[in-house]
Design a binder for this molecule. Structure first.
Ligand code: SF4
Length: 437
């Protein structure tokens, strides 16, 4: 592993203007594609051309062997990064395509169902399409640890739904899974270059941050992960140029970006960034966040989907509002003692947690999409037992919905019917009391 050079000018190898096909021949058909599309304005095409040239040059930099990671949320900016990276590597001779490129996405497991499905399909399309034309690009989806998921924290441990001041979710659901993946990659390769979709035009705060970080070099060390470097490759694109380019050029992995445009139209908004550190904007403040997000007052994304005909999401929106209500009425729904044994707003009562699980399973049956996994339910059961909120004999076996021989409805019923619905009086212990032992 060579030490990355992030200060001085890099040696820039010559980059062929024309792309190669999988046999190493100049691909005339591809040459006609995106960069040549006349409908893209000259200024946008030139900007894309310069980014592709820069990417292709750095890709071939023999002095730097770090793998590339594209931080991919499935939104417009990270899609453009992935798009331009594919185009750049197509312009590199196949024999020189030795640097692995990883498309990294995180699934919080509480993504809006349409977004979850779209991102999974995009990851598959990018990897399959890249393999077909001999590009060393692979897709990777990371998820939170089981004991860290939204539902295990809320239903198992009784965490109140997150607020701006008690935002316990982003780190657990997004930052840690991505960072763990990065650290493992760095331990194998000695370093990694993370290509982000950060742009000056996103906001004043983003512009100030980018100006500060790119003053000396466009590639800068990650704030917390040693060996990781960030490279905002499309920093000079305006929002209009991002959309213009995606709308008018075919996806290099096949197909087009129309589904992405439609999703934005349905959600009437922007995307939730891949959170790489604590400075990342709360995704709840924007757009394609978790459907459970209670950090925002109104979830405009879900409202947008409902307004676009996704009537089935009305139940998700109502459930989210109910989570806010449980959080905001501590006297009624929360223990009067914190988990550390001090007086104050403690965890949700066990009765409330059991109700949340019950209603969540009802909702899951209604929307026909997995909202909580059997594995999460099993961990919730363990947490309740280990917190001594309930005795093991009180918890029956919970069927695994993946087991053959059970219809979804039978499985759901067995979980709902068999799970105890204790009241504090009936159980006789509360989280706070348990902690005081
Ligand atoms: S979208 Fe909301 S709930 Fe999801 S991680 Fe971001 S802040 Fe937390």
């Amino acid at each position: 592993m060579n030490t990355p050079n992030t200060s001085g000018p890099d040696p820039i190898p010559a980059v062929p203007h024309r792309p190669f096909d999988q046999h190493g021949q100049v691909d005339n058909a591809a040459t006609e594609s995106l960069l040549e599309v006349p409908a893209v304005k000259v200024e946008t095409a030139e900007l894309a051309r310069s980014v592709v040239a820069e990417l292709a040059a750095r890709y071939q930099d023999a002095a730097d062997e770090r793998p590339w990671v594209v931080a991919f949320s499935g939104g417009k900016d990270s899609t453009l990064v992935a798009h331009l990276v594919c185009e750049a590597i197509k312009r590199v001779r196949p024999s020189r395509r030795t640097r692995p490129v990883l498309i990294l996405s995180s699934d919080t497991q509480v993504e809006t169902p349409a977004i979850e499905q779209f991102v999974a399909e995009q990851l598959d399309a990018i990897q399959t399409g890249s393999r077909a034309v001999n590009l060393p690009i692979t897709s990777h989806l990371v998820r939170p640890e089981l004991h860290e998921t939204f539902w295990v924290r809320l239903i198992g441990y009784g965490y109140a739904a997150p607020t701006r001041n008690f935002r316990w979710c982003t780190d657990r659901l997004k930052i840690r899974p991505s960072n763990t993946f990065l650290r493992q990659l760095i331990s194998r390769h000695g370093g990694a270059l993370v290509l982000t979709g950060s742009r000056f035009a996103e906001s004043g705060a983003r512009a100030a941050s980018l100006r500060k970080h790119t003053a000396q070099s466009v590639v800068n060390p990650h704030s917390t992960i040693k060996g990781a470097y960030l490279w905002p490759v499309i920093r000079h694109f305006t929002t209009e140029q991002v959309w213009e380019y995606l709308a008018l050029t075919p996806a290099p992995w096949g197909g087009h970006h129309r589904r992405l445009q439609n999703l934005y139209k349905e959600a009437n908004s922007g995307e939730c960034a891949v959170a790489l550190d604590e400075t990342t904007q709360p995704c709840g403040n924007s757009r394609f966040g978790c459907w459970t997000c209670t950090v925002v007052k109104r979830d405009k994304s879900i409202e947008g989907f409902i307004g676009s005909g996704h009537d089935d999401y009305a139940g998700l929106a109502a459930f989210r509002d109910w989570l806010c209500e449980l959080r905001d009425n501590p006297k009624r729904y929360r223990e009067p003692i914190r988990r550390n044994g001090r007086p104050g707003n403690g965890p949700l009562t066990l009765d409330v947690r059991a109700q949340v699980l019950d209603r969540l399973l009802d909702l899951q049956a209604d929307v026909g999409h997995q909202l909580i996994s059997p594995e999460e339910i099993a961990v919730i059961k363990q947490v309740w037992i280990s917190d001594r909120l309930i005795d093991p004999p009180e918890l029956p076996q919970i069927d695994d919905p993946h087991d053959a021989g059970h219809t979804d409805e039978e499985t759901r019923r067995s979980v709902v019917v068999d799970l105890p619905m204790p009241t504090i009086g009936a159980v006789g212990r509360t989280a706070g009391e348990d902690r005081r032992r």
